[in-house]
Design a protein around this ligand. Structure first.
Ligand SMILES: [Zn+2]
Length: 126
């Protein structure tokens, strides 16, 4: 699994106790890591939002689903961020995730990038 510093969102070695980039203590970061990832879905940098969606998908934590659906449905946001949210929803799965992905697929006006991600994500969203 890829590890990211929950403070600066740089990639960090799996065994690191401190972030090499910003020095954040990584040993106490795990308890509310999902909360920090969810908060990062609203980060001003699109690349950070995208990375947070990706990591939430890797963690398959259902607590991330409502926030990922909000990102997926944020028409006008960066389509690559929304596509990453679609893929994460596919990885986590569940009825809410499937419904949101189906809504995207059913909308012909939706971004091709987002729809293609939803089509890829839907089969794995069990
Ligand atoms: Zn850091």
């Amino acid at each position: 699994m890829v590890h990211y510093c929950p403070n600066c969102w740089q990639e960090v070695p799996a065994a690191a106790e401190y972030c090499p980039s910003c020095g954040a203590d990584l040993t106490e970061a795990t308890a509310d890591y999902t909360d920090k990832l969810i908060a990062a879905l609203r980060h001003p940098e699109p690349f950070t939002r995208r990375r947070a969606a990706y990591v939430l998908g890797l963690r398959r934590d259902a607590r991330g689903v409502p926030a990922l659906i909000a990102v997926l449905e944020a028409v006008g946001d960066d389509p690559y961020v929304r596509a990453e949210a679609a893929l994460a929803l596919g990885a986590i799965g569940g009825a809410d995730a499937r419904q949101a992905l189906n809504r995207i697929l059913a909308d012909p006006d939706e971004s091709v990038i987002v729809r293609r991600a939803a089509a890829m994500a839907l089969p794995s969203a069990t």
